[in-house]
Ligand binder design. Structure first.
Ligand SMILES: Nc1ncnc2c1ncn2[C@@H]1O[C@H](COP(=O)(O)OP(=O)(O)OP(=O)(O)O)[C@@H](O)[C@H]1O
Ligand SMILES: [Mg+2]
Length: 235
Protein backbone atom coordinates (compact mmCIF):
# COMPACT_ATOMS: atom_id res chain seq x y z
CA UNK A 1 0.00 0.00 0.00
CA UNK A 2 2.67 2.49 1.07
CA UNK A 3 6.41 2.11 0.78
CA UNK A 4 9.02 4.61 1.85
CA UNK A 5 12.51 4.02 0.54
CA UNK A 6 15.68 5.59 1.91
CA UNK A 7 13.97 8.89 2.62
CA UNK A 8 16.16 11.86 3.55
CA UNK A 9 14.43 15.10 4.51
CA UNK A 10 16.02 18.37 5.59
CA UNK A 11 14.85 21.79 6.68
CA UNK A 12 17.41 23.98 4.94
CA UNK A 13 20.79 22.61 5.94
CA UNK A 14 19.41 20.80 8.94
CA UNK A 15 18.93 17.15 8.05
CA UNK A 16 16.03 15.59 9.95
CA UNK A 17 15.24 12.23 8.37
CA UNK A 18 18.00 9.80 7.56
CA UNK A 19 17.43 6.83 5.29
CA UNK A 20 13.94 6.04 6.50
CA UNK A 21 12.46 2.80 5.16
CA UNK A 22 8.90 1.61 5.79
CA UNK A 23 6.54 -0.80 4.18
CA UNK A 24 2.83 -0.77 4.98
CA UNK A 25 0.62 -3.52 3.65
CA UNK A 26 -2.99 -3.32 2.58
CA UNK A 27 -5.39 -3.47 5.55
CA UNK A 28 -2.78 -3.07 8.29
CA UNK A 29 -2.77 -0.66 11.20
CA UNK A 30 0.82 0.44 11.59
CA UNK A 31 2.08 2.72 14.33
CA UNK A 32 5.02 5.07 14.22
CA UNK A 33 6.34 5.70 17.70
CA UNK A 34 9.02 8.04 18.95
CA UNK A 35 9.78 10.84 21.35
CA UNK A 36 9.14 14.54 20.67
CA UNK A 37 11.29 15.73 17.81
CA UNK A 38 12.07 12.24 16.49
CA UNK A 39 10.85 13.25 13.03
CA UNK A 40 7.44 11.57 12.90
CA UNK A 41 5.49 14.57 11.64
CA UNK A 42 8.30 15.41 9.23
CA UNK A 43 8.00 11.90 7.78
CA UNK A 44 4.22 12.17 7.35
CA UNK A 45 4.48 15.62 5.77
CA UNK A 46 7.07 14.39 3.39
CA UNK A 47 4.94 11.37 2.41
CA UNK A 48 1.95 13.71 1.91
CA UNK A 49 3.82 15.99 -0.47
CA UNK A 50 4.04 18.86 2.01
CA UNK A 51 7.84 18.67 2.28
CA UNK A 52 9.94 17.55 -0.66
CA UNK A 53 12.47 14.87 0.28
CA UNK A 54 16.16 15.46 -0.39
CA UNK A 55 16.56 11.86 -1.44
CA UNK A 56 14.57 8.65 -1.46
CA UNK A 57 11.20 7.61 -2.79
CA UNK A 58 7.59 7.15 -1.76
CA UNK A 59 5.45 4.51 -3.47
CA UNK A 60 1.68 4.28 -3.12
CA UNK A 61 0.04 1.12 -4.46
CA UNK A 62 3.17 0.45 -6.45
CA UNK A 63 3.29 3.88 -8.08
CA UNK A 64 6.11 6.34 -7.47
CA UNK A 65 4.38 9.37 -5.92
CA UNK A 66 7.47 11.10 -4.52
CA UNK A 67 6.90 14.85 -4.34
CA UNK A 68 3.31 14.73 -5.64
CA UNK A 69 1.08 17.56 -4.43
CA UNK A 70 -1.16 16.84 -1.43
CA UNK A 71 -4.40 17.22 -3.43
CA UNK A 72 -3.20 14.66 -5.97
CA UNK A 73 -2.50 12.21 -3.17
CA UNK A 74 -5.99 12.80 -1.73
CA UNK A 75 -7.45 12.12 -5.13
CA UNK A 76 -5.52 8.85 -5.22
CA UNK A 77 -7.15 7.82 -1.94
CA UNK A 78 -4.88 9.01 0.86
CA UNK A 79 -6.40 11.02 3.72
CA UNK A 80 -4.11 12.90 6.09
CA UNK A 81 -5.34 14.07 9.50
CA UNK A 82 -2.61 16.44 10.68
CA UNK A 83 -1.60 17.25 14.23
CA UNK A 84 -3.19 20.71 13.92
CA UNK A 85 -6.49 19.13 12.82
CA UNK A 86 -7.16 22.01 10.39
CA UNK A 87 -10.85 22.34 11.13
CA UNK A 88 -12.65 25.31 9.60
CA UNK A 89 -13.91 26.92 12.77
CA UNK A 90 -16.43 29.27 11.20
CA UNK A 91 -18.12 26.48 9.26
CA UNK A 92 -20.62 23.98 10.59
CA UNK A 93 -19.67 20.43 11.47
CA UNK A 94 -21.51 19.11 8.45
CA UNK A 95 -19.92 21.57 6.04
CA UNK A 96 -16.50 20.56 7.38
CA UNK A 97 -17.38 16.93 6.71
CA UNK A 98 -18.61 17.68 3.21
CA UNK A 99 -15.28 19.33 2.40
CA UNK A 100 -13.67 15.97 3.02
CA UNK A 101 -15.66 14.58 0.10
CA UNK A 102 -14.33 17.25 -2.26
CA UNK A 103 -13.14 14.70 -4.81
CA UNK A 104 -16.28 12.55 -4.63
CA UNK A 105 -18.45 13.62 -7.53
CA UNK A 106 -21.43 11.32 -6.99
CA UNK A 107 -23.98 13.00 -4.70
CA UNK A 108 -25.54 9.73 -3.55
CA UNK A 109 -22.07 8.49 -2.59
CA UNK A 110 -21.44 11.64 -0.57
CA UNK A 111 -24.73 11.11 1.29
CA UNK A 112 -23.94 7.49 2.07
CA UNK A 113 -20.42 8.38 3.24
CA UNK A 114 -21.89 11.07 5.48
CA UNK A 115 -24.36 8.57 6.89
CA UNK A 116 -21.52 6.16 7.71
CA UNK A 117 -19.50 8.86 9.43
CA UNK A 118 -22.55 9.84 11.49
CA UNK A 119 -23.10 6.21 12.43
CA UNK A 120 -19.53 6.03 13.63
CA UNK A 121 -19.72 9.36 15.47
CA UNK A 122 -23.30 10.00 16.59
CA UNK A 123 -22.01 13.07 18.40
CA UNK A 124 -21.19 14.69 15.08
CA UNK A 125 -24.70 14.11 13.81
CA UNK A 126 -26.19 15.65 16.95
CA UNK A 127 -23.98 18.66 16.37
CA UNK A 128 -24.18 18.82 12.61
CA UNK A 129 -25.35 22.45 12.53
CA UNK A 130 -22.96 23.64 15.22
CA UNK A 131 -19.97 25.79 14.28
CA UNK A 132 -16.87 23.62 14.37
CA UNK A 133 -14.96 26.22 16.37
CA UNK A 134 -17.31 25.74 19.30
CA UNK A 135 -16.83 21.98 19.49
CA UNK A 136 -14.76 20.51 22.33
CA UNK A 137 -11.25 19.19 21.69
CA UNK A 138 -12.41 15.58 21.53
CA UNK A 139 -15.29 16.45 19.24
CA UNK A 140 -12.96 18.35 16.94
CA UNK A 141 -10.69 15.34 16.73
CA UNK A 142 -13.69 13.17 15.82
CA UNK A 143 -14.56 15.76 13.19
CA UNK A 144 -11.04 15.71 11.76
CA UNK A 145 -11.06 11.91 11.53
CA UNK A 146 -14.61 11.92 10.16
CA UNK A 147 -13.63 14.41 7.50
CA UNK A 148 -10.70 12.21 6.52
CA UNK A 149 -13.12 9.30 6.09
CA UNK A 150 -15.55 11.25 3.91
CA UNK A 151 -13.44 10.56 0.83
CA UNK A 152 -13.52 6.80 1.52
CA UNK A 153 -9.72 6.69 1.56
CA UNK A 154 -7.70 3.54 0.98
CA UNK A 155 -5.10 4.87 3.38
CA UNK A 156 -5.62 7.19 6.33
CA UNK A 157 -2.66 8.80 8.05
CA UNK A 158 -3.25 10.13 11.56
CA UNK A 159 -0.76 12.38 13.33
CA UNK A 160 -1.23 12.10 17.11
CA UNK A 161 -5.01 11.73 17.14
CA UNK A 162 -5.14 11.45 20.92
CA UNK A 163 -3.10 14.59 21.61
CA UNK A 164 -4.70 17.05 23.99
CA UNK A 165 -7.73 14.88 24.70
CA UNK A 166 -9.25 13.87 28.01
CA UNK A 167 -8.88 10.19 28.99
CA UNK A 168 -12.47 9.47 27.91
CA UNK A 169 -11.93 11.04 24.52
CA UNK A 170 -8.64 9.20 24.11
CA UNK A 171 -10.57 5.97 24.62
CA UNK A 172 -13.13 7.01 22.03
CA UNK A 173 -10.42 7.80 19.51
CA UNK A 174 -8.73 4.42 19.97
CA UNK A 175 -12.06 2.60 19.79
CA UNK A 176 -12.78 4.44 16.56
CA UNK A 177 -9.45 3.41 15.11
CA UNK A 178 -10.24 -0.18 15.98
CA UNK A 179 -13.61 -0.02 14.24
CA UNK A 180 -11.98 1.46 11.14
CA UNK A 181 -10.36 -1.88 10.41
CA UNK A 182 -13.74 -3.24 9.36
CA UNK A 183 -13.90 -0.47 6.73
CA UNK A 184 -11.11 -1.85 4.54
CA UNK A 185 -8.86 1.08 5.18
CA UNK A 186 -5.15 0.92 5.86
CA UNK A 187 -4.09 3.06 8.79
CA UNK A 188 -0.82 4.71 9.70
CA UNK A 189 -0.89 6.26 13.14
CA UNK A 190 1.72 8.41 14.84
CA UNK A 191 1.31 8.39 18.60
CA UNK A 192 3.00 9.08 21.91
CA UNK A 193 0.33 7.08 23.69
CA UNK A 194 2.42 3.97 23.16
CA UNK A 195 0.52 1.47 25.25
CA UNK A 196 -2.89 2.18 23.71
CA UNK A 197 -1.39 2.35 20.24
CA UNK A 198 0.33 -1.02 20.47
CA UNK A 199 -3.06 -2.40 21.45
CA UNK A 200 -4.72 -1.33 18.20
CA UNK A 201 -1.79 -1.60 15.79
CA UNK A 202 -0.54 -4.86 14.34
CA UNK A 203 2.99 -3.56 13.77
CA UNK A 204 5.06 -0.56 14.71
CA UNK A 205 8.19 1.35 13.81
CA UNK A 206 10.18 3.20 16.43
CA UNK A 207 11.93 6.40 15.33
CA UNK A 208 14.75 8.18 17.11
CA UNK A 209 16.66 11.20 15.83
CA UNK A 210 15.16 10.95 12.35
CA UNK A 211 15.87 7.26 11.81
CA UNK A 212 13.98 4.01 12.27
CA UNK A 213 15.72 2.21 15.12
CA UNK A 214 13.33 -0.69 15.57
CA UNK A 215 10.40 -2.38 13.91
CA UNK A 216 8.28 -5.37 14.71
CA UNK A 217 4.89 -6.72 15.60
CA UNK A 218 3.10 -4.86 18.39
CA UNK A 219 3.38 -7.93 20.53
CA UNK A 220 7.15 -8.20 20.03
CA UNK A 221 7.65 -4.52 20.72
CA UNK A 222 5.49 -4.41 23.82
CA UNK A 223 7.62 -7.21 25.28
CA UNK A 224 10.91 -5.69 24.22
CA UNK A 225 13.00 -4.49 27.19
CA UNK A 226 14.18 -1.31 25.49
CA UNK A 227 10.66 -0.33 24.42
CA UNK A 228 9.33 -1.14 27.87
CA UNK A 229 11.92 1.07 29.52
CA UNK A 230 11.94 3.97 27.05
CA UNK A 231 8.34 4.11 25.85
CA UNK A 232 6.16 2.24 28.28
CA UNK A 233 7.68 3.54 31.49
CA UNK A 234 8.31 0.03 32.83
CA UNK A 235 11.63 -1.12 34.21
N1 LIG B 1 9.86 23.96 9.76
C1 LIG B 1 10.90 23.51 10.45
N2 LIG B 1 12.10 24.12 10.38
C2 LIG B 1 13.18 23.66 11.07
N3 LIG B 1 13.16 22.57 11.85
C3 LIG B 1 11.99 21.93 11.98
C4 LIG B 1 10.81 22.36 11.29
N4 LIG B 1 9.80 21.52 11.63
C5 LIG B 1 10.33 20.61 12.47
N5 LIG B 1 11.64 20.84 12.67
C6 LIG B 1 12.55 20.06 13.53
O1 LIG B 1 12.60 18.73 13.03
C7 LIG B 1 12.71 17.80 14.09
C8 LIG B 1 11.60 16.76 13.94
O2 LIG B 1 10.35 17.40 14.13
P1 LIG B 1 8.97 16.64 13.96
O3 LIG B 1 7.90 17.63 14.08
O4 LIG B 1 9.02 15.81 12.74
O5 LIG B 1 9.01 15.67 15.25
P2 LIG B 1 7.89 14.73 15.83
O6 LIG B 1 8.51 13.39 15.95
O7 LIG B 1 6.63 14.85 15.06
O8 LIG B 1 7.72 15.33 17.30
P3 LIG B 1 6.39 15.53 18.19
O9 LIG B 1 6.18 14.21 18.85
O10 LIG B 1 6.81 16.57 19.17
O11 LIG B 1 5.27 15.94 17.30
C9 LIG B 1 12.62 18.60 15.37
O12 LIG B 1 13.91 18.76 15.86
C10 LIG B 1 12.04 19.93 14.93
O13 LIG B 1 12.50 20.98 15.73
MG1 LIG C 1 4.75 15.53 15.49
Amino acid sequence: MLRVENLDVAYGHLQILRQVNMNINNGEIVAILGANGAGKTTLLKSVMGLLPPKAGKVFYRGEDVTGRAPFELSRLGIAFVPEERNIFQAMTVEDNLLLGAYFVKDKAKIRSNLKEVYEMFPRLEERRKQLAGTMSGGERQMLAIGRGLMSKPHLIILDEPSMGLSPTNVLIVFQTIKTLTSQEVTIVIVEQNVDATLNVASRAYVMEHGAVVMEGSSQELSQNDYVKKMYLGQS
